[in-house]
Design a protein around this ligand. Structure first.
Ligand code: CP
Ligand code: NVA
Length: 308
């Protein structure tokens, strides 16, 4: 029973199958109204639980709409309103939900919670973001890059700012999809060194470059994300802002990048903090294509998990 827990825990050939299926479904739907079902209704008769222990706009709506388009039914659950938020174990929640639904997507805190859910569920589990990874986002990002620029293999991705969950999933993806990765941020917020080592062992060039302009000089893609993620303590906000300010993605930084370099941000953006309006709304930005592709990529992930 395939779970979709992390990029590096899914075989590269399966990641490719998922992306091909996502592109095919996107092309087939074309511009038809968003509420109309797909012709083949692959999730007909299936129920999907979408559990959120953290806020969400994109993940919540794109999974829900994706299930509906494929003819299934979704139940959106907030962790705080479930018994999960009042002492019931993850393991028992997984066992019970598996008796009612065919698929579970969970957005949560520690990776251990996700692992416990997957261990005790008897239906597939999808990672909708943890403190340390966000694999669905990266599938949409690779899809978006390839729509605009062709195969990502051998290309250069420059990550600016915090070595957070999204950055770490990019590192996993570098190994799986064969692109190079430059991290540019303060040493205190480097990604997990084990992930850097794993990507290097897989043959990727991984650079740590403290000079933001040097980091983007050969980039095909410049990516950033919030300076304070949902799992980070509020008390760290000021320290993080002070550390991360030099790594803002702004027009001056983008002048140092090649003309063809794209800009991505998983959103929500904090305009004027990690990225300026001029870049986010500028011609290199593909952030809303990224957001749209969450829908198509996740539909393909759900089909792959369910084998339908
Ligand atoms: N990018 C992303 O996962 O957005 P949400 O937090 O709105 O789901
Ligand atoms: N790094 C961000 C991503 C939000 C989609 C967070 O975890 O809050």
């Amino acid at each position: 029973m395939p779970n979709f827990l992390d990029i590096h825990r899914t075989a590269p050939a399966d990641l490719r199958t998922i992306l091909e299926s996502a592109s095919e479904m996107k092309a087939t739907r074309g511009t038809r109204p968003k509420g109309t079902p797909d012709d083949d209704l692959p999730l007909k008769g299936h129920v999907v639980a979408l559990i959120f222990e953290k806020p969400s706009t994109r993940t919540r709506v794109s999974f829900d709409v994706g299930v509906r388009q494929m003819g299934g039914t979704s139940i959106v659950l907030s962790g705080a309103e479930m018994q999960l938020g009042h002492g019931e174990t993850i393991a028992d929640t997984a066992r019970v939900l598996s008796r009612y639904v065919d698929l579970i997507m969970i957005r949560t805190f520690g990776e251990d919670i996700l692992a416990e859910m997957a261990e005790h569920a008897t239906v597939p589990v999808i990672n909708g973001l943890t403190d340390t990874s966000h694999p669905c986002q990266i599938m949409a990002d690779v899809m978006t890059f390839e729509e605009h620029r062709g195969p990502i293999r051998g290309k250069r991705v420059a990550w600016m700012g915090d070595g957070n969950n999204v950055a770490q999933s990019f590192l996993h993806a570098a190994a799986s999809f064969g692109f190079h990765f430059t991290f540019s941020g303060p040493a205190q917020l480097d990604p997990d060194p084990a992930l850097i080592g794993a990507a290097r062992s897989a043959g990727c060039e991984v650079r740590i470059e403290r000079d933001p302009e040097a980091a983007v000089r050969d980039a095909d893609l410049v990516v950033t994300d919030t300076w304070v993620s949902m799992g980070d303590p509020e008390s760290s906000r000021q320290r993080r802002h002070n550390l991360l300010r030099p790594f803002q993605v702004n027009e001056r930084l983008m002048e140092a990048a090649p003309d063809h370099a794209l800009v991505m941000h998983c959103l929500p953006a904090h305009r004027g903090e990690e990225i300026t309006d001029a870049v986010l709304d500028g011609p290199r930005s593909v952030v809303f294509d990224e957001a749209e592709n969450r829908l198509h990529a996740q539909k393909a992930i759900m089909r792959w998990c369910l084998g339908v």
